[in-house]
Design a protein around this ligand. Structure first.
Ligand code: NAP
Length: 329
């Protein structure tokens, strides 16, 4: 009998057909929460899950006695109870690498847009306010030749740094990461303590995963360390930055601007002032959102799930220990 999987992410017809050849596939279009009663009921029979953007709480695993693997269509796995999954030997797979360059492009778009005030000044033209040559009140600041500080220096952090160092002649500093001698040699990057990096950088780009260790890593204290002319870019996860503290810093002019792809609450609450602030560029979590990359992520997740449910090691696995237990079983 075929194993049963629940699919709640966007998959192409070809990918769905690939899954259907191997498994009984039950689809949940537009699933907003794992609390959905139909989804919860279906979990009882499920061997695998494939999707993204839906938090799976540890308690829910009690309702999924047959679950063997989850294939998340994302590199970040803050939506999953990793320890509880590992304890039950349930494999958690993600999609690193295939989204690195696209997410770094988003980061650099935010660096450029905030420094050169692209969105604010495009709105100025759209409103018909461009009546004479612009003056210093509308000038931005240079990106080339400045100092770029990466908070987290993994795949995406390094890809942002490459753009900065090789494309824009930027000095690269990094913090919140183990030493990276190869990247130091390639990009002239230098490792700093977080406080030092914040004080030194013209652009601070956040690329650490969200976990209890990084929640509100950038708060009032850290923002106060930044130069008043500096710009914060967050392409990681919203809760890594204390949003209330960020709003206050921006309002008080303690930092120049922020480019944000991610927020503490998503979609952004209508109450949030951030989209209306002239010195903020707010995007709807588009880090990896290109046709090519979303397709590659979905394909990686499909491949991961097929491998995992046929007893083979998935291409990208978060909880190695669960694999070791399964292999030994
Ligand atoms: P990665 O290669 O694992 O890099 C993570 C970096 O953060 C590493 O340098 C790591 O240090 C560092 N780090 C610092 N504290 C950490 C902690 N407590 N736990 C784990 N790592 C810690 O990940 P990536 O592929 O660059 O992705 C980074 C994050 O970007 C993802 O987790 C995801 O949340 C986010 N993301 C967002 C979007 C978007 O749409 N905006 C798209 C893709 C990814 P070491 O170097 O010492 O390991």
């Amino acid at each position: 009998m075929k194993k049963r999987i629940l699919a709640y992410g966007r998959l192409s017809e070809v990918q769905l057909a690939q899954l259907s050849r191997e498994f009984e596939v039950q689809q949940f279009h537009g699933l907003a929460s794992a609390d959905d009663p139909e989804f919860r009921a279906a979990l009882h029979e499920a061997h695998g899950l494939i999707g993204s953007s839906v938090a799976i709480p540890a308690e829910l695993l009690d309702e999924a006695p047959n679950l063997e693997a989850i294939a998340s269509v994302s590199v970040g796995y803050d939506n999953y109870p990793v320890a509880a999954l590992t304890q039950r030997s349930i494999l958690l797979c993600n999609t690193p690498d295939v989204l690195t360059e696209t997410t770094a492009d988003t980061g650099f778009a935010l660096i450029m847009a905030t420094a050169r005030r692209v969105v604010e000044l495009a709105d100025f033209v759209r409103r018909g306010d461009w009546q004479k040559s612009i003056g210093p009140a509308h000038f931005g600041s240079d990106v080339h030749g400045k100092t770029l500080g990466l908070v987290g220096f993994g795949r995406i952090g390094a890809a942002v740094a490459r753009r900065g160092a090789l494309g824009f002649g930027m000095r690269v500093r990094y913090a919140m990461a183990s030493p990276k001698p190869a990247l130091e040699a390639e990009l002239g990057a230098e490792r700093r303590e977080l406080d030092e990096l914040l004080a030194e950088s013209d652009f601070v780009c956040v690329t650490v995963p969200l976990s209890e260790a990084t929640r509100h890593l950038i708060g009032a204290h850290e923002l106060a360390r930044m130069k008043p002319s500096a710009i914060l870019v967050n392409i990681a996860r919203g809760p890594v930055v204390d949003e209330a503290a960020l709003i206050e810093s921006l309002e008080m002019g303690r930092i120049r601007a922020a480019g944000l792809d991610v927020f503490e609450q998503e979609p952004l609450s209508p109450e949030s002032p951030l989209p209306y602030m002239a010195n903020v560029v707010a995007l709807p979590h588009i880090g990896s959102a290109t046709h090519e990359t979303r397709d590659a992520m979905a394909q990686r997740a499909v491949d991961n799930l097929i491998l995992a449910l046929s007893g083979e090691r998935p291409i990208s696995l978060v909880n190695e220990d669960a694999w070791e237990t399964r292999r030994g079983a």
